[in-house]
Design a protein. Structure first.
Lengths: 369, 284
């Protein structure tokens, strides 16, 4: 459901340099009205610079930013109608909650009656009506975030930008605020862009995620597509958890793993025969089979029982460590360290193949639990 | 007694300073109060005559009012100069900042006598300003700036500016740059953002600087005397005249106490008014 104030935001061919250092390279991104897009990446990837360009605090070296079809990259920040929620909320400490929310309306010289109505509406929306006379210093982190949100939305912005919005909240409150903000934005049809380095946050909040690395967008896709079909090794490593195995292409659709087996691939990849590759497979896509069966041979190293599921770490003859995440029940046999097993990939379409420029294997990252 | 010493053991390091204060400040103050209560310079009878004399003497009251006005004018002018300076400092890079900081601190490293003589050279009849203006034909005749009220205000402002610039810069540095971005993003222009965000948030620093400069300017005996010449009579020189010239020790003691009380009154009143406007700042 899109509302009247929702606009499409488009970024086309944006480059940005800080002196000699290129912070952004060829960024293009289109955000549909009412869509929530997350910019996800490690620190220093350029996601905050991109957000500042959209907000108008930085003018891009090259490229265009358009809002509802009109170019805004040369419009000063105070005429853009873009609401921003800062990482530290940036509430005005000398103004009450009411005056914080009213600030943008006063800057637009709205009439007092209009201001009272609008602020009351915004405070009701974020459930802060009772605390209107408080000062920010007397609010909890979650309350400060609600005020920051109400302040950004009071000016009826075309787009709301969120900079690491949940990083200052503790874990329980974080989930509550995520649910609240997502339902608020979806209900009002607000177009928004969120910057985060936390993949869980991006996966749970965003309609689409742009994974950024080294000033470029690696992949833009829905959370599930990013997880299931990452197009680069970086995205595969950054989103979720993966096991990586060295291999060499035998033909366009078969790969020979260093661990000692030859696997068919679900579709032909863009690799020549004999090309060195890395095969990536998610821990939940690994299944244990009898050691005699066809699959990757491995030795159990350790088992972590987690109640309804368990994580097993095994090592291949070629020395690669594999994690296996599988459901557990009272009848599941317990695997002792040292047991010889065979690992099969349950869904061949979920196996990723990426080029291997050098012999090193990427370190597995991310939190499996 | 023993338990009292034990309970306040952590105050012990402050003892040397406490003794200095007691001997060099509190004791003379008590002596001053005692002296001011004599009816005549011969120290024969006691009574409140010196205070009655001040209240009934319109000249002394005028001198006190002038002195407080001088302090207020110097403090205001310093404030107006310190803010732009502070904004340039905060916006500047490391190199510019160290240059500005050096320029602010340098006057503090020279004696106020030296700085005052520099102003005499600048403002005098044959001084730099007059020479330049006459040489360019901008002024027909040398203007009198030395021994004038405005000349004194300008010289005192330059001399006391560090006391204002340092606290103002300190509080400008503490303003979160994101607050300015937030104001801008909400539609405020730079001027609006300055008056609604920067100025209220730097009020504590501006207040501290204002009170320091005010107190220092009212008591700047050397500069007042040399730049003001004999023509402008202010409290410090009046007290000096009464004590050293006229040997009116009881009256000069009373003048000193009245002057001190008046400065404290101004400082306390302005501090109280300003603090009421700074709600929310302490909690942040």
């Amino acid at each position: 459901m899109a509302n009247a104030s929702a606009h499409a935001l488009a970024i086309t061919g944006v480059d940005h340099f800080f002196g000699q250092m290129q912070a952004l390279a060829g960024i293009s991104l289109a955000v549909a009205p009412g869509e929530l897009v997350a910019l996800l990446g490690p620190s220093g990837c350029g996601k905050t610079t991109l957000l500042q360009i959209i907000a108008g605090f930085i003018r891009p070296t090259r490229g265009e930013v358009t809002l509802g079809g009109a170019r805004i990259d040369h419009v000063p920040a105070n005429r853009r109608r873009i609401g921003m929620v800062f990482q530290n909320y940036a509430l005005f400490p000398h103004l009450s909650v009411f005056e914080n929310v009213a600030y943008g309306l006063r800057a637009r010289r709205a009439a007092d009656a209009v201001i009272r109505t609008k602020v009351a509406e915004m405070l009701a929306l974020v459930k802060m009506t009772d605390l209107a006379e408080r000062y920010p210093g007397a609010l909890s982190g979650g309350q400060q975030q609600r005020v920051a949100l109400a302040r950004a939305m009071a000016i009826e912005p075309a787009v709301v930008l969120l900079d690491e919005p949940f990083s200052a909240l503790d874990k329980n409150l974080r989930l509550d605020m995520q649910i609240e903000i997502k339902s608020l934005f979806k209900g009002a049809g607000i177009t928004s862009i969120m910057v985060t380095h936390d993949q869980e946050e991006a996966l749970s909040m965003a309609d689409r995620i742009a994974v950024m690395n080294d000033g470029r967008i690696e992949q833009i896709d829905t959370p599930n597509a990013l997880y299931d079909r990452p197009t680069s090794l970086f995205v595969n490593r950054f989103i979720g958890h993966s096991n990586f195995l060295r291999g060499t292409m035998v033909s366009a659709d078969r790969v020979r793993l260093d661990a000692g087996v030859e696997l068919p691939l679900s579709s032909s990849r863009r690799f020549r025969p004999d090309a060195p590759v890395i095969v990536a497979v998610r821990p939940e896509n690994c299944a244990l089979a009898e050691a005699t069966q066809d699959g990757v041979p491995a030795t159990i190293r350790v088992t972590l029982p987690l109640g309804p599921s368990e994580v097993i770490e095994a090592v291949t003859p070629s020395g690669e460590h594999l994690k296996i995440h599988r459901p557990r029940s009272p009848t599941t046999p317990v695997l002792e360290p040292g047991a010889a097993v065979c690992i099969r990939f349950a869904d061949p379409t979920g196996v990723g193949v990426f080029s291997r420029p050098n012999a090193t294997l990427p370190v597995t990252t991310g939190d499996i639990l | 007694m023993k338990s009292f010493v034990k309970a306040n053991r952590n105050l012990l390091p402050a003892l040397p300073l406490a003794i200095v204060f007691l001997v060099a400040f509190l004791l003379p103050l008590v002596v001053l109060v005692y002296l001011s209560l004599f009816r005549t310079p011969q120290f024969t009878e006691m009574g409140p005559d010196q205070y009655v004399r001040f209240v009934s003497d319109s000249f002394s009251i005028q001198v006190l009012a002038d002195t407080l006005l001088l302090g207020a004018e110097v403090a205001m002018l310093s404030l107006l100069l310190a803010f732009p300076l502070g904004l340039v400092y905060v916006a500047g890079g490391a190199a510019l900042r160290s240059v500005i900081m050096f320029l602010i601190l340098m006057p503090l490293l020279t004696s106020s006598v030296v700085r005052t003589f520099a102003w005499i050279v600048i403002l005098g009849r044959e001084g730099i300003v007059n020479s330049v203006m006459l040489a360019f034909g901008l002024w027909g005749a040398p203007a009198r700036m030395l021994y004038t009220w405005n000349g004194l205000v300008v010289a005192l402002t330059q001399i006391q500016l560090p006391l204002m610039a340092l606290p103002v810069i300190n509080s400008l540095l503490k303003v979160d740059p994101n607050l300015l971005k937030a104001a801008e993003g909400l539609g405020a222009g730079r001027i609006r953002a300055f008056f609604t965000v920067i100025l209220p948030l730097t009020l504590p620093g501006a207040l501290a600087g204002w009170l320091l400069v005010f107190a220092a300017a009212t008591a700047a005996f050397i500069t007042q005397t040399l730049v003001g010449g004999g023509r402008i009579i202010l409290m410090p020189s009046l007290i000096y005249q009464q004590a050293m010239g006229a040997q009116e020790w009881p009256f000069s003691a009373a003048l000193s106490l009245i002057f001190t009380a008046a400065v404290i009154c101004v400082v306390a009143t302005i501090g109280a008014v300003a603090r009421r406007r700074m709600r929310g700042l302490d909690a942040a």
